[in-house]
Design a protein around this ligand. Sequence first.
Ligand code: LIP
Length: 264
Amino acid sequence: MTASPALLELAVDIAREAGELAARRRREGVSIAATKSALADIVTEADREVESLIRDRIAAERPDDGFLGEESGAGESRSGLTWVVDPIDGTVNYAYGIPAYAVSIGIVSGRPDPAAWTALAGVVFNPAVGDLFRAAQGEGAWLGDRRLAVNDPVSDAGALLATGFGYDPATHAGDLARLTKVMPLARDIRRIGAASLDLAGVAAGRLDGYFERGLHPWDMAAGALMVTEAGGRVGGIGGAAAGRSMTIAAGPDLFARLTEIIVE
Ligand code: LIP
């Protein structure tokens, strides 16, 4: 099953409306609605409101499609397609007023699991700076009218790598040990705080590579497609699919070197 242009256009339109709502609520002031897996794992009222807008738009225009969202759970698919949505990826940045957050909308066929799905289309929209990344299977990845390409090979100075750390403090020692092992490949590290922007950054050549443990399907559904449509590779440990245990994204040469080092 391939994505129709109309499907990507709808996802872009919904992402724009959702992003504009998120930015408006940010200007009005953000309130923390609850914490989830850990004290640092917050959800704002805007997260919930934006996801509700996205879900309602999809239900109205694609009622047979499934839904998997960070804040409101799953809805069964009758069409074989599922919309995998993070309404505000980079929630902590959003709450602090750091302009590095995004609406991330991926559309997949098959079981909505990164190990099983086929990604058809994706949009990552950062309304704070106006960057709208989009990709469709076989149609490339784009930022505005610029077709995106990963950096391959990377500079002799080393790779500009992004990573992230989970909300559970108990995971930080392992994440830092992994970073220490990867550091000899790096010219420097960036910790942007939104996986969808990390992945879109790799696709756009703003980063050479990205790796992070603990991502959810909604963090990566759109951005992973952008990387592969920009000529990059996305995967997990030991040839596994990307997912909760590990997500690695880079151009082919750096991806091979990262996967040799990142073995747990
Ligand atoms: C975030 C990810 C980020 C990760 C954070 C968090 P959220 O998603 O995009 O890469 O490091 O821990 O999971 O919670 O902002 O939607």
